[in-house]
Structures are given as C-alpha cells and as structure tokens.
Write a protein that binds this ligand. Sequence first.
Ligand SMILES: Cc1cc2nc3c(=O)[nH]c(=O)nc-3n(C[C@H](O)[C@H](O)[C@H](O)COP(=O)(O)OP(=O)(O)OC[C@H]3O[C@@H](n4cnc5c(N)ncnc54)[C@H](O)[C@@H]3O)c2cc1C
Length: 479
Amino acid sequence: MAAINGSEYIKRIDSLNSEVWIEGEQVRGKISEHPAFKGIMKSQSTLYDLQHKKSLKDIMTFVSPGTGNRIGTSFLLPRTKTDLKQRRLMIQEWAKTNAGMMGRSPDYMNTVLVSLVASIDLLKERENCFPEHILKFYEKAREQDWSFTHTFIDPQVNRSPFHIPNGDGEIIAAKIVDRNQDGIVIKGAKLLATQGGITDEILVYSSAGLIDNAYSYSFSIPSNTKGLRFLCRQPFNHRESSFDSPLGSRFEESDAIVVFDDVLVPWERVFHYDNIEVTDTLSKKGAYTQLALHQVVSRQVIKVEYILGVAQLMVDTINTGGYPHIREKIAEIIVALETMRAFLVASEAGAAVHNGFMLPDLNPLRAAISTFPRLYPRLTEILQLLGASGMVSIPTEKDFSSEIKEDLNLFLQSKTKNAKDRVRLFRLAWDTSMSEFGSRQTLYERYFFGDPIRLASTLYQMYDRDAYVKRVENQFLKE
Ligand SMILES: Cc1cc2nc3c(=O)[nH]c(=O)nc-3n(C[C@H](O)[C@H](O)[C@H](O)COP(=O)(O)OP(=O)(O)OC[C@H]3O[C@@H](n4cnc5c(N)ncnc54)[C@H](O)[C@@H]3O)c2cc1C
C-alpha cells in the first residue's frame, strides 16, 4: 500500500469503532462526524492529501525499500543529512497547514516509531526484549501509513519522590497483571493521549525511574483493542464556525485518559517488558529525544512564524507600528523566531551517525525544549498586549448578519480593514492566545514533552562542560 490520502484515513478510523467517551457519552457511529472530532479529522485528512500533491512529491514521500511504493516521509529512517533535511521540509509543510497548532500531526508519532527503530541496538540480546518485533511492526506501519497516539505518564495521584504508583488493592497506574502464552495483560490507566481515539494505533511505554518490573513495557495496539477505553476531556472547539473559532473549529485535537481493562497485548506487538533497566536505557540513550525534538522544533518554528504574521497584521490594522514599545514587542517575536531557527539549524549542522542513523545534535535541541516553554507563553502575552480591548471586541459571525450589523460595521472598522475583516483577525489572535483552545496550546507547549523543570535538570546532568571549567581553572585560578 502507498501513502494514504485523507479519505482513506477517515474511512479507516471510522471503521475501527474504538471505545471513545466524551461528555458522559460513548461516541456511536462515525467518529469523523462527531462535533468534537470532525474538525480535527478533516484537518488531519488534509495532511494526508498533501502526500499526493504532485509538486510536493519528493518532500512528502519516498520510495519504500520494501515494496517500491511511494510512502510517507515521516517514516523515513534518516541515514544522511539530506534525509534529515527532507524530514524537516515534510514536517514544516504539514505544520504550515495548521500554523503548528497540531502537536500530534502524524509526523510526530511516526517520528517516535522511527526513533524506536534507531534504538533497537539497545534491546538486542537483553532479557524480555524483542527488537525484531519493532522492525516488523515499523515496516507494517510504514507500508500501511498508520497513524498513532501515545501515552507514557501515570495518573497524577501522588508525585512525591518515593511513591509507588499503586499501593495495595486498586490498580491505578497501568501495569502488567499477567504474562501468558498469548501475550501480556495490562490493567490500569495512563495519561494523556492527545488525539486518543482518532488514530489507528496507540503506542504505550513507561517512563524511566521505575522500581517495579510490572510497570516496565513498550508496545503498540490498535485503538479498537478489546478493553481499551479513551476518556476524553470536554472539547475546546468552542463553535463550529471557522469565523467564530478559527483555530479551535479546525485543530482541536482532544486529550484522553487511557484505560486498560485487562487488555491483552499479543506477543508480536510487545517490544519489551519486565525490564526496568531497558526502560531506563531507552529513555536515556535511545534516539527518541533527538528525532522527536527535531520534529518538535521544526513545527515550533512554523508556529512562531505564524504568531509574527498575526502580530504584524494587528499592528498594521490599528496602526500602532509607530510606537517604540510596539516595535520592541514585534522585535521580541523576531528574536524568538531566529532563536528557534538557530537551534534547528545547529542541530542539523551537528548531526552525526549513531548505529547507522543520522541523528541531529542533541544539545541545541535540549536547549530549544528548555527555551520554548518560556518563550511561547510570552508570545501569546504579546498578542494580548498588542490587541488590548480588540481581543474582546469580537462579535460573532451571526452578529454580522443581524440587525446590529450597521453598528458593528461603523464602530469596529479600522485603519486598514472593514469591521468584519478586522474582527476576523482579532478572533484569530484571541483563539491563539486566550480562548480555551489557545490556553490549552500554551499548556501543551509547556508540558507535552515533559516537565520543563526536570528537562532543565537533565540538561544540567548531561551537558559536558569540563573543558570550560578547566579553562577557567587554568587561566584564572592558578598562580
Ligand atoms: C496538553 C497536553 C497534552 C499532552 N499529551 C500527551 C500525550 O499525548 N501523551 C502523553 O503520554 N503525555 C501527554 N501529556 C503529558 C505530559 O507528558 C506531562 O504533562 C508531563 O510529562 C508532566 O507530567 P505531569 O503532567 O504528570 O506533571 P507532574 O509530574 O504531576 O507535575 C506537576 C507539578 O509538580 C512538579 N513536580 C512533580 N514531580 C516532580 C519532581 N520529581 N521533581 C520536581 N518537580 C516535580 C512539576 O514541576 C509540576 O510543577 C500532555 C500534557 C499536556 C498538558
């Protein structure tokens, strides 16, 4: 099978009939027609359609080494710097369709799968590890163009340092409760899974730092596996109208708690289990951080470009560009953009081959993921500061075709735009920085890759600074 198109994605997910719960009800019928999911699924299908755009063929697809079919670049195993560049161009082409608002466009998770393949040496000849399952699974996913969500965090019950996920009695954090001839059986919950319920598969793995083997595993199962439930939060798409809710109506991805009710994971889908050491090694030495962050930073660059565009349009619309502090704020966005670009360029320039895979330099990427959770909230704050009351003078599409439209047309006009176009722009700024959708975007950029505090701590532990310490000692601290 070649790279799929949008309608193939929709058809496939609809036919899964996965168990998805939202606002107290189970989704019945086609999930792509449910008000909470239809916007995002349409946007996701646009991404798959781009794989078939002739002018983008050499960016969005490559020739499968297995079948000769053209398949999605998000599955490309990077062997050279040219491969890394093609991956970046593909990621950014997809991100441009949604201003980088779709954190879980399929390239993110496909990159995670690619990183597992690039890490299989860490599983070879280790107890309860099946690197051959990863390879076989990857090839199948690549040829079928499967979509994924993932989950790796235990429920937020007690985060004190020496807390064991589950005490006596109830099982809360998902654990292995049985190992039998068919596979392993999982019971409990994990959170969160962004896009949970609207992907073909869910990849599940444990985080480092475990003390009990029962919590150590990695596997992938279809979203409609028996006993698997996705419990979604309330939707943040606000309104269906793309005038009223320009981002939420299209890019609201949903986040779900994932419940495993004695879920059987067949052996061929188990990548490792009952091996705490391997869980730690994968997390610390695997290719995940490099490759996933390369995808993340590529997307974030597009997001900052979008914010710069919105901000400049706001300034032009109400003609505030002459004020020094407004120029300073726009300059702050430009600095953010150039900083993120520089991290990305540096990561590719410093890329090197590890176990046969071309991996971007980790240091600039780690610096980027420590920077963006602080940058992004400031960028959305700048939009609020540029817009002031304009951020709440945002009547709806319905208002503009009602009896009050003459008032709106007169009082909401601006230097460069008629009232409706000006409100269209300010609603975009509001949905980026203030709406439920916009606030969740800020939380997402703060946390989706892990707690920024602990990410900074990892940077502290991993960054080699011996040479600088020695230089200071030798140059200034000796007689
Ligand atoms: C919008 C959104 C989407 C997400 N999507 C996904 C997804 O698709 N898949 C997935 O697996 N995960 C997802 N996540 C979860 C994400 O990985 C976690 O939010 C992140 O790892 C932080 O974990 P936590 O939320 O459990 O926070 P906690 O670990 O509970 O932290 C809460 C607070 O306590 C502090 N804290 C807790 N423990 C420590 C410690 N040991 N040392 C210092 N401080 C500590 C933190 O700094 C923080 O201030 C998503 C999160 C968000 C917000």
